[in-house]
Design a protein around this ligand. Structure first.
Ligand code: GDP
Length: 298
């Protein structure tokens, strides 16, 4: 995962190995190398700036206190900052105090929303919850069938557009799905929504109307970790257009550089709650910043 970033960061520590003390020049050189590694990984500039400023401050403090084993000190400092930038402590889903918890998925087409709906469905079902997946992506020709297939695999129910529950109208499908979930005592409703290949006003407007119709407890923005520099613009567009309470990083199994993962929290302020690491229903886990940081520095 983030192979190049890992290699570059590890290389930036190697010149410190064997040194007894950290000099100011060591700190400068290491911080410059870390900056270059982050920029090359497509990490957003403001995040790079705050990251390197924090590392510089802590490394300078360590140098002043004549800390022994500089390489180890710097690895520890970078690890702490990675945990911080990746979101610190993970948080629980915001469960509804009564009635079904409504989770809406948002993101570009191909980001991994429909796949995630199945993964979430299975994960929640394994916790003993009754889950209804709602097919409000009527844009992509196959999306409803795809959601029905993943729902079946996950062993959860699906609410698809049929005469009487809003054929052709994703907002009506979402509203009627949530209504059904309330009537039938479901614990969680996951609303899949349509994305486009790029950010577009009509898609955003539709997502806003679905949001306003179902009043979700969580809006999860699904971000393809492979998208590189576009990740920041897309995330900001969704934050400003629809708003979201949490992020899911998908395709972390691919050859991503790390920029999306390391930037999204700093840029949007929303925590990463889950990560997806493959196409299978089980390729999904709670996101833990400390574990991710350790993997990067492994
Ligand atoms: P949607 O348009 O946002 O609903 O995206 P989909 O759920 O249809 O996913 C788009 C493609 O990405 C599909 O081929 C999925 O199988 C694949 N996909 C989704 N999540 C992951 C992941 O975490 N890793 C990999 N490798 N592929 C994924």
């Amino acid at each position: 995962m983030f192979g190049n970033l890992s290699d570059r960061l590890t290389a930036s520590f190697s010149s410190l190995r064997g040194k007894g003390r950290l000099s100011e020049a060591d700190v400068n050189e290491t911080v410059s190398e870390i900056r270059r590694a982050l920029l090359e990984a497509d990490v957003a500039l403001p995040v790079v700036r705050s990251f390197t400023a924090a590392v510089r401050q802590k490394a300078t403090d360590a140098a002043r206190s004549q800390a022994l084993n500089p390489a180890q000190q710097v690895v520890k400092i970078v690890n702490e900052e990675l945990v911080e930038v990746l979101g610190g402590q993970s948080r629980e889903i915001h469960w509804a105090p009564t009635g079904p918890t409504i989770i809406m998925l948002a993101g570009l087409q191909g980001a991994g929303k429909t796949t995630l709906a199945g993964k979430l469905g299975r994960w929640l079902r394994d916790q003993g919850k009754r889950v209804l997946l709602v097919a409000s992506d009527l844009q992509r020709p196959n999306a409803v069938t795809q959601l029905s297939v993943v729902a079946q695999r996950a062993g959860v129910h699906v609410w698809a557009p049929e005469p009487g529950n809003g054929v052709g109208d994703p907002v009506a499908v979402a509203r009627s799905g949530v209504q059904r979930a309330r009537e039938q005592g479901y614990d969680v409703v996951v609303v899949d929504t349509a994305g486009r290949l790029g950010v577009d006003a009509e898609m955003m407007d539709q997502a806003v109307r679905i949001r306003d119709a179902v009043d979700p407890h969580e809006i999860l923005f699904v971000l393809d970790a492979m998208v590189g520099q576009d990740a920041v613009n897309t995330s900001v567009a969704f934050r400003d257009g629809v708003g979201f309470t949490g992020v899911v990083l998908s395709k972390l199994d691919g050859d991503a550089r790390g920029g999306a993962a390391l930037s999204v929290r700093g840029v949007t302020g929303a925590p990463v709650l889950f990560s997806s690491t493959g196409e299978g229903l089980g390729d999904f886990e709670r996101f833990h910043a400390d574990r991710m940081a350790s993997r990067i520095l492994d």
